[in-house]
Design a protein. Structure first.
Lengths: 426, 426
């Protein structure tokens, strides 16, 4: 196998011509495949169908508190579910609010609350003038979008194999009180799939931000979403912060969107008493309380942490072949050619591919023309702008394996084609 | 029956002593009844239990659009439900967003959105300095609380039998660009139970506010909640605004909280294209979309407007005796005595009682001491302060009829006792 970089021009031209042939054959097939979002597939959704039967007209509608879950009340959610999320998130159950169907909504509410009312007795963020938010990149576009919507300056922080570059984080927050927070997906990070190292977590717990109202948004979206026999483990930030007396720094988030149903799951947040007093006040004005029947449904179906872990092995059985397909194709088509690097995650929803500098947009656009929609190039960076035009997020979960084979074959053709074009135009 | 005001002191003392006897007998019973909130009773909740059976593991999970309701997507909600809410609210179905389980949440989101991002291209409300909101009073405490939370000055506007005093409203909004909105429950208003007259609705549609970003928050919470054979009808504000070219003025809200389940119903909002473009952008950052399975459940169960109206006759059958009990007791115990006035609504969830000036707090506190919790005196006014200490909201829906009889007998004793105390201390 020849490295593209060591090819002569004539070799490259020949390779390019072959790739163009293969590409045009794909184009002629008129494919229509979508790998843009981290969406569970239909067979994954089917795993939770029995949940709908657990709550019917003959069911007990009461929480362990004796409250009728059909009526108003219980703003923190059902105690049973607060306990379960406490275990999933590694936070005390008294510090959990169980909400509606979207953890993104709870993150947005937390930012919005800080914008208009502030944390830690500080002025609301919206009244503090120019403010900044740290965005480990590549990262999750919808996180970045929330803070962009609220007018923050987004600061990209490099993602390493151990998590965000903590030297950079520490320096930025130590010197600048206008830095108000950081977005984190600490386990099976979106999109690189890495899990923050113990040292990274310890350094988060030991942060000394200039801003008293600096907050770590710890989105543990993939806390139980293992895909291999060697799952990653994440050090417990809650406990580390207790040790460091920094318990007000983090706000924790998780949901069952990728455990039960993406559109009809349950989300939760966890935080210190001081943070919760601000957030609970916000919710006391914002809502009449969460949908407790869907909470009851989840408890009846999942039962406890063991129930969740059992259920996740079923997801793994469906997802593992898809990740194998993606990684296998990448290896067989691109391995040793020096045109791309990629991660091989132990869990989560994504494979992150770095192509040659300046080629990501071209790859995504070539794929699109041939009928395969990928996450937009740049989406994993603040403002949708990847400075190296290099990173592409591959989302293997939604298409069936057969389609994934096709899509990845095309993807690998496009990666090489874009590389050949680039090298020939130098 | 003697008017309290025309009694001599000795007559009053005798009446007071008799009332105290009756009061103390009540106190000895150790009652524990709650009439504080407009909560549906258990038998009302039971009316919707079959809804839980409509969506089970064998059901079709697809919307009419072909979307799998278990997955992400459809941020405006299911088309079928948008149509239903369009009929309930009198708004075009293209102008409806169907959301989660709380219309209060959608109102809060709309206010929050205007605070941080603004309507009509204006500066965000949060950046405009001192701003004001109109609160027709007596009115709904949780409406007022939202705008208080966001730092508005709350301006009480008198409620008349025809709705808010429109002379006052027109003057306030015409002269003052810092007035940004008004809270309205136009049908079976909370708590007075009146429905805005056609003229009031027409005057709302013809408003010419100084502020370009003034908005009418039109919470049609009781749109189909009739309790008599002579239901009120509300003129359609959406159509009136179309005629007046003022379609950007109102934002409409409704929910099934008091149709299906308070804690697990469906809420919706309606607004002009211009308003929706602002609100849809907000939601596109805020959430991954509403719980579409609960939406599907509602469509399978309620089906259409006829289905809703049929269902509401069942609620009426349960609620009518309760309202009859309350009104009957008020009439038999207080009628002709000159110590209270009350409304006799054709629908909704409340009876509004005005006691003698300066007596409301005393009545609520006497009731509480004897085991009956009422809505706090003053709750129906901005900042919880009734300037005349006169209005009490009675919520007949939650207790069974037998308990309601007891509670109302006690209530009427307390109203008279407070009146006697007041007249004797003059």
């Amino acid at each position: 196998m020849l490295q593209f970089l060591s090819m002569s021009e004539s070799e490259l031209l020949k390779v390019k011509a072959d790739l163009e042939d293969r590409y045009n054959q794909f184009k002629a097939q008129g494919l229509k495949l979508n790998m843009a979002r981290g969406k569970p597939a239909t067979d994954q959704l089917n795993l939770s169908m029995k949940m709908l039967d657990t709550l019917n007209s003959g069911s007990d509608m009461h929480s362990s508190t004796g409250d009728d879950c059909r009526n108003y009340g219980l703003p923190d959610g059902l105690p049973e579910l607060r306990e379960l999320f406490a275990e999933l998130m590694g936070v005390d159950d008294n510090n959990i609010i169980v909400g509606g169907n979207s953890s993104l909504n709870m993150m947005f509410d937390a930012v919005s609350c800080a914008m208009t009312h502030g944390f830690a007795g500080c002025e609301p963020w919206g009244k503090q003038g120019h403010i900044k938010f740290l965005c480990p990149s590549p990262g999750y576009d919808r996180h970045f979008a929330i803070t962009e919507y609220f007018g923050f300056e987004l600061i990209a922080v490099p993602m390493l194999a151990t998590g965000p570059d903590m030297d950079v984080v520490e320096k930025l927050i130590h010197d600048d009180a206008s830095v108000k927070g950081i977005w984190c997906v600490p386990k099976y990070s979106n999109p690189t799939g890495i899990t923050y190292s113990d040292e990274t977590v310890r350094r988060f717990a030991a942060l000394k931000p200039a801003a008293k109202d600096f907050r770590i948004f710890w989105d543990n979206a993939y806390c139980v979403h293992d895909l291999t026999d060697t799952p990653d483990t994440l050090l417990n930030l809650w406990q580390e912060c207790r040790k460091n007396n920094t318990i007000d720094l983090p706000i924790f988030f998780a949901s069952t969107s990728k455990i039960t149903f993406p559109g009809a799951g349950i989300a939760a947040m966890g935080a210190s008493e001081k943070n919760l007093s601000v957030l609970r006040e916000h919710y006391s004005f914002q809502t009449i309380g969460p949908d407790k029947l869907n909470q009851l449904r989840h408890i009846y179906f999942l039962k406890d942490l063991d129930g969740v872990m059992d259920h996740m092995t079923k997801h793994r059985a469906l997802l593992e072949p898809k990740f194998r397909t993606v990684l296998g194709r990448l290896e067989s088509e691109l391995g040793g050619k020096g045109v791309a690097e990629w991660t091989s995650p132990n869990g989560g929803y994504f494979v992150s591919v770095d192509v040659l500098n300046g080629c990501a947009k071209r790859v995504v656009s070539l794929c699109k023309e041939a009928g395969v929609t990928l996450t937009g190039a740049g989406a994993t960076y603040p403002y949708g702008k990847d400075p190296n035009d290099q990173n592409i997020r591959v989302a293997p979960t939604y298409p069936p394996v057969a389609e994934l084979e096709q899509a990845m074959e095309l993807f690998c053709i496009c990666v090489q084609l874009a590389a050949a074009e680039k090298l020939l135009n130098k």
